[in-house]
Write a protein of this length. Structure first.
Length: 89
């Protein structure tokens, strides 16, 4: 079987941490990457879930708080303030 080289750019610290992890579990980096490639080909998908983290602002609890605050402002409770904008430097 002919071998080919796969090159990827990663953060220096991530590479060092990954190398250490691989060493700690008895693998070298090349073997770990080959395991990943084989899993992708075998399963015909990325072998783990990839998901965007949800924005905590839109959590159910926070949205309830925002709605309650808006209702209170509309009922005359609290004080509405002008938007304060800060210039980016």
């Amino acid at each position: 079987m002919a071998l080919a080289t796969l090159t990827a750019r990663v953060d220096e610290k991530d590479k060092a941490s990954f190398d250490t992890f691989c060493s700690n579990v008895g693998l070298n980096t090349s073997t770990a990457i080959n395991l990943f490639v084989k899993a992708v080909l075998r399963e015909n998908r990325i072998p783990f879930e990839i998901a965007q983290a949800t924005d905590p602002f839109f959590s159910e609890a926070n949205m309830a708080y925002v709605k309650k605050s808006v209702q209170e402002l509309r009922a005359g409770k609290g004080t509405a303030h002008e938007l304060i904008e800060v210039d980016d430097e």
